[in-house]
Design a protein around this ligand. Structure first.
Ligand code: BG6
Length: 485
């Protein structure tokens, strides 16, 4: 595996700990090797030392095993250079030949681009020109998000990558698809007969998808102020989650079949006309606040952020799906930084019972709710109405709960462990494809365009709160309220 951006944050926090865990679980072949690529001049040993520190610091639930590390570290190598310099790719090619010989890798290479998105095309072209994109085994390319910043740039980037790698060898990563709880949506929907008949406009009233984060921009101010919440979270992660919840059953669990269904769903999302954007979307930005006796900075006070940055750190959208299953059912998606807590969940709100026959209990008649908790308290709950014990017919909502932790008592692999292993074995089921990325930009781009010209009055929510009031109004227009996770 060749990792571009090897001294960067993503590699230190996510990729190396995931690879180390895979080594610890004996999931990697004996000769598995990593060639780290970055600008800083480092020896192999210095690189190994840095990676060792990263693994110790960021492996959340894996004990550091010296013996496993020693064996794993023997396969770590480093090549320094500038991504724009053709000589770098020649050095990579010769390092690959050396490693292939010494460690019998069979010539299979996974390239991972964890660099500035503007460098993706250049890196692919460099590999192509140096002959490193072809070899004795397979060659695949994993690209991190964001994939483009609008439809046109996403298309142009695919074209650039296709000069060197075929689409089937391009793995666009969306780490939400690797989360156990997101994969479980497929298991839940397609292995349980009782939910399928309910999964449509006749029974589902609306769906809410919330991805709230308590953190701010954590030193990524300069990237984030360009991207904003809509592009950073909704265009990719939340639309993929929505596609997984709403897609048609796939005929098989083959990568192509599952991806085709996700893609069809994304393409069925109603693309807003400019005049529809104001009523169906909300942009927010957090301002400074005192929370629990502590001062919290506003977004514009974060390091690397311009004092007048117009960035959305909160985004909410109402999406409709133009197909027979979902016509008229609103899907509300929201995400924000500096919310009161970190929680990602999907709630499916079913239609209320057709008639309230229990006198005076109308207030207790909450509609049935299915909640899929993606993180951190992973599980699924079904809420329904029950009779309270005692005389008379007093009602109360109750909940039936499944919790991963207590049901399985096993560790869940991190999303990156799952996705890296999938790319190594050539299973693209959980990766996004060119048509999916383009369909997502097709949905998001008209919103971005209107927002850019709208000049929102920002900031409009206090750090540590649930976002702007206009977000509640967006749901109220259709008679709904956000569920408080
Ligand atoms: C990333 C975004 O893709 O996902 C970040 O760029 C965000 O801004 C992160 O914090 C959230 O991921 P998770 O797995 O912590 O929910």
């Amino acid at each position: 595996m060749v990792i571009f951006g090897a001294t960067g944050d993503l590699n230190r926090r996510k990729l190396m700990p995931a690879l180390f865990r895979l080594a610890y679980d004996r999931r990697l072949s004996a000769g598995f090797s990593v060639v780290g690529v970055s600008r800083s001049p480092l020896t192999d040993d210095e690189f190994r030392q840095r990676m060792c520190e990263a693994v110790k610091q960021f492996s959340e639930d894996t004990q550091f095993d010296e013996e496993v590390w020693r064996a794993f570290a023997q396969g770590l190598f480093y090549v320094a250079g500038d991504i724009g310099d053709p000589a770098l790719y020649r050095r990579i090619a010769s390092k690959l030949a050396e490693v292939e010989n010494a460690r019998h890798t069979g010539g299979n290479v996974l390239f991972y681009l964890s660099v500035q998105p503007s460098q993706y095309g250049r890196a692919a072209a460099g590999l192509g020109a140096a002959g490193a994109a072809k070899g004795n085994g397979w060659r695949r390319l994993v690209v991190e998000k964001p994939f483009g910043h609008d439809l046109e740039s996403a298309r142009a980037l695919s074209d650039e990558l296709h000069q060197v790698f075929q689409e089937s060898d391009v793995y666009r990563i969306d780490h939400y698809l690797g989360k156990e709880t997101v994969q479980n949506i497929l298991a839940f929907r397609f292995s349980n007969g009782i939910f399928e008949p309910l999964w449509n406009r006749r029974y589902v009233n609306h769906v809410q998808i919330t991805a709230a984060e308590s953190i701010g921009v954590e030193g990524r101010g300069s990237y984030y102020q360009e991207a904003g919440a809509l592009a950073d979270m909704i265009q990719n992660h939340l639309l993929q989650v929505m596609a997984t919840i709403a897609m048609e059953p796939s005929a098989s669990f083959q990568a192509q079949s599952v991806r085709d269904e996700r893609s069809k769903l994304l393409r069925a999302i109603h693309v807003m006309k400019p005049e529809e954007v104001a009523a169906n979307t909300v942009a927010g930005q957090y301002g400074p606040a005192h929370v629990g006796g502590k001062e919290m900075p506003g977004f514009r006070q974060e390091p690397g952020v311009e004092p007048q940055a117009p960035t959305d750190t909160y985004a909410a959208v109402t999406l409709l799906v133009d197909n027979w299953r979902w016509a008229g059912v609103p899907f509300y998606l929201r995400t924000g930084k500096r919310m009161p807590k970190r929680v990602t969940e999907i709630s499916i709100h079913f239609n209320p019972a057709p008639l309230a026959i229990f006198d005076g209990q109308a207030n207790e008649m909450a509609p049935n709710l299915l909640i899929v908790r993606i993180q951190p308290d992973e599980g699924i709950s079904l809420n329904f109405i029950s009779k309270r014990p005692g005389s008379g017919m007093k009602l109360r909502p109750v909940s039936m709960d499944f919790n991963y932790g207590s049901s399985f008592g096993e560790r869940s692999p991190s999303a990156y462990e799952t996705l890296l292993l999938d790319a190594i074995i050539g299973d693209a089921t959980l990766y996004t494809r060119q048509d999916m990325v383009e369909a997502s930009w097709t949905v998001v781009e008209p919103i971005q365009k209107v927002w850019r010209e709208a000049k929102h009055d920002l900031p409009n929510y206090a750090a540590g709160s649930w976002g702007p009031a206009s977000s509640d109004q967006m749901l109220a227009r259709r008679g709904h309220v956000w569920r408080q996770p």
